[in-house]
Ligand binder design. Structure first.
Ligand code: AMP
Length: 302
């Protein structure tokens, strides 16, 4: 097993300037695992309701996601409702119903404990920590979170930050964690809390990476067919971790390429509602989009 991820498997209600959908498959673990599975084997630790549709589980499995640790519990699957403004970078969460996640106790199966890469997807930091504690010695531990947990579980989040290698959050979350408006200062404060690398997702403006020594900036690919940015952050993290799982080390050049692979997968993720089209992505499409990112930023210095 290359990558293990904990996060939500959800049903989302989403409204964007281009349309709306209800009860669409979503969740941080869903988007992450579909993106990461384009590169490496990935398993998920999550919980859903007892009569969660078999077709959704089969969709994940058919796309290389190991769902053997997906628990089924009495109650309802996690539900999230969000709305995007005309400026698609601005999202309002209208409702978060933890449901079966409220008393979830994650169990990492023996076969998953030696996974090389661990992704602690956006979910209660206490659950993220419970998974981390059961792992043997992952080579790379990355983590995502959001305002819901930054406000609701600040102490648990701080404890977790001291134990991870890479934090992947958006700019608003970075500012909120650091309690600092300036992003460069916020990055310095966050790196002092523990992670060796901070990746800041900036929606259509791309992504930044800080490691205390250098900064890297990836552009957002200008696109005509943006429909729903839900899951873009998790798809980014999936492409990023997926590539790292295939790489021999985490030197600067490798980390920079991983940022671009994350951006590549995120750019596909936003073209439709739900995660289904991620399953159809081919290696040729991924390589072609990687080259588009390369040519978008290439220039001569003289
Ligand atoms: P992203 O757009 O990458 O931030 O991810 C959105 C996905 O995260 C949606 O599919 C939601 O179901 C899920 N999500 C939203 N809020 C939470 C939360 N508080 N905890 C876990 N997952 C969430």
């Amino acid at each position: 097993m290359g990558i293990l991820a904990i996060g939500s498997v959800a049903f989302d209600k989403v409204k964007t300037p281009f349309g709306s959908r209800e009860e669409v498959l979503g969740g941080s673990a869903t988007y992450f695992s579909l993106a990461a599975s384009r590169f490496a084997p990935v398993g998920i630790v999550a919980v859903v309701e007892e009569d969660f549709p078999e077709s959704e589980v089969a969709f994940l499995q058919n796309n290389g996601v190991d769902t053997s640790a997906l628990q089924r519990k009495k109650g309802k699957t996690f539900r999230w409702e969000g709305e995007y403004e005309t400026n698609i970078n601005v999202r309002r969460t209208l409702a978060t119903h933890l449901n079966v996640f409220a008393d979830f106790s994650p169990e990492v199966q023996e076969k998953h404990r030696s996974a090389e890469c661990l992704f602690l997807g956006n979910i209660d930091p206490d659950l993220q920590m419970a998974v981390l504690k059961q792992m043997k010695r992952p080579r790379i531990v990355a983590c995502d979170t959001m305002n819901y947990w930054i406000e609701g579980k600040p102490k648990s989040l701080r404890r977790m930050l001291s134990l991870i290698d890479i934090l992947i959050v958006n700019d608003e979350e970075a500012r909120q964690i650091a309690e600092e408006i300036n992003l460069v200062k916020a990055a310095r404060k966050i790196l002092a809390m523990g992670p060796k690398n901070l990746v800041v997702k900036r929606g259509e403006s791309g992504a930044l990476m800080f490691n205390g020594v250098s900064m890297f900036s990836a552009p957002g690919l200008p696109m005509e067919n943006v429909v729903d940015p839900t899951g873009a952050g998790d798809s980014f993290a999936g492409g990023f971790m997926g590539y790292l799982a295939t790489a021999e080390n985490t030197d600067e050049a490798t980390m920079r390429r991983a940022i671009i692979y994350g951006s590549v997968i995120a750019s596909f993720s936003i073209c439709d509602f739900g995660p289904y089209h991620l399953g159809k992505l081919t290696n040729a499409e991924i390589s072609k989009r990687f080259e588009e990112f390369h040519s978008l930023t290439r220039f001569d210095s003289l």
